[in-house]
Design a protein. Structure first.
Ligand SMILES: N[C@@H](CCC(=O)N[C@@H](CS)C(=O)NCC(=O)O)C(=O)O
Length: 212
């Protein structure tokens, strides 16, 4: 029986981020589909759960607890279920985890999200991508991946030698950038390539990569 209802679109990267972490922690969930660009997203029944008119959000089946923001959902799921510790508790390891989570969220995600919007969402909606903007962002993406290469040249994962949520947070947008769009020149970045192969082959991602 599902412990949570996960409201989102099966192919939304943010919905799949929450779903993959649920799977890492062996937490049963039921996907409640939401359509992209649906007018309902901007109406009060939805805004009550996700005030920005986006997805995903979760509703607990036992007490009705609700939460939005995929990374916050991931952090909550990391405290539930079973499996390896995804948020280290030892203070220095925890600090390194927070550093890695900030790297994913502030160095990679803002660039990846705009490229994804231009190259995937706009064509999906029948709009024309702004190739000039994408062209300006790609060198910036490359320089950020150089930073990832430096980090991953010293350790196995973003926060150290153990997998954490920071690595898992990266996967959905990483798959769009590296696999769907073929950006990132992984052949020139052996440590990013090794890390990507490792994290993207996890059963949790394999289970949701084609739909949460
Ligand atoms: N920071 C939010 C971002 C949510 C977000 O951008 N969701 C996208 C799908 S991945 C969405 O709802 N797009 C539709 C829209 O913005 O109207 C999260 O991680 O949950």
């Amino acid at each position: 029986m599902a412990t949570f209802k996960l409201h989102g679109h099966p192919m939304s990267t943010c919905t799949r981020r929450a779903a993959l972490i649920a799977r890492e922690r062996d937490i049963p969930y039921e996907l409640v589909p939401i359509q992209f660009m649906a007018p309902e997203l901007k109406q009060s029944a939805h805004l009550e759960f996700q005030p920005f008119g986006q997805m995903p959000y979760i509703v607990a089946q036992d007490d009705g607890f609700t939460l939005f923001e995929s990374r916050a959902i991931g952090r909550y799921f990391a405290t539930l279920g079973s499996g390896p510790e995804l948020i280290p508790t030892e203070p220095k390891a925890h600090a390194r985890f927070e550093q890695a989570a900030s790297v994913e969220y502030s160095q990679f995600d803002p660039i990846a999200a705009v490229i994804l919007f231009e190259k995937v969402v706009k064509p999906f909606c029948g709009a024309t991508p702004n190739e000039e903007l994408v062209g300006k962002l790609l060198p910036l993406l490359e320089s950020k991946l150089d930073g990832f290469e430096r980090i991953l040249g010293k350790q196995k994962y973003l926060a150290g030698d153990g997998l954490t949520l920071a690595d898992l947070f990266f996967i959905p947008h990483g798959s769009i950038i590296f696999e769907k769009l073929g950006y990132g020149n992984l052949e020139k970045r052996p440590n990013v390539q090794r890390w990507w192969k490792d994290i993207s082959s996890r059963p949790s991602w394999q289970a949701v990569k084609d739909g949460a």
